[in-house]
Write a protein of this length. Sequence first.
Length: 76
Amino acid sequence: MPEFDEEIKQKVLEQLNKKPWKYPDLAKVLKMKKKEVVKIVQELIEEGRAAYWSTGSTVLVASKEKVEEMEKLRSE
């Protein structure tokens, strides 16, 4: 059973749609604890609504759509 309600997940997803994030920065913007943000993002990844994205040296998190957009830009 999901630990977080849809409203809070939607709030996180809105930020993930804007750009890829590092967990501490995302937590700061959302004014939440990093630990909670990690759990919410993990749930979103399991649901297929978010994904990890690597710059080559750093792993970030973003919405599935944003990751696809970033990969397309990288391949051009």
